[in-house]
Write a protein of this length. Structure first.
Length: 121
């Protein structure tokens, strides 16, 4: 029996908390393996809504490929004149990678989905 921590399967859920808004919830461990699917989901959501909210509060791990996807999505949102927010309140390792890479100020981070919706109203 191994004492290695179990890998948590990455999941992506898309919700619509209100008209013209998409909420993409990333849960589990996201890395290079899921980065293409995450990018496609973000791109599809941006094409169909005016406000994209990415909820990382259920994410247990992200790597630099997901940080890149977040930055690319922010850039795409600006180019499409869409609102973009990232919700934290997640595992310390997720917040740490975002802080260490210096991207927190670039991602319009808010503490909750409700706050993101309120700011956009």
């Amino acid at each position: 029996m191994s004492d290695a921590p179990a890998f948590t399967v990455p999941t992506i859920q898309v919700r619509s908390p209100r008209p013209h808004a998409a909420l993409v919830v990333l849960a589990g461990e996201h890395d290079l393996y899921s980065a293409d699917e995450v990018q496609q989901t973000f791109d599809q959501s941006l094409a169909a809504c005016d406000h994209l909210i990415v909820d990382l509060s259920a994410a247990e791990f992200i790597d630099s490929s997901i940080v890149h996807v977040l930055l690319q999505t922010k850039k795409n949102a600006v180019e499409l004149d869409r609102k973009f927010n990232v919700v934290l309140g997640t595992a310390p390792v997720v917040e740490r990678i975002l802080q260490v890479t210096g991207v927190v100020p670039l991602l319009n981070v808010v503490p909750s989905v409700e706050q993101a919706l309120f700011v956009a109203a």
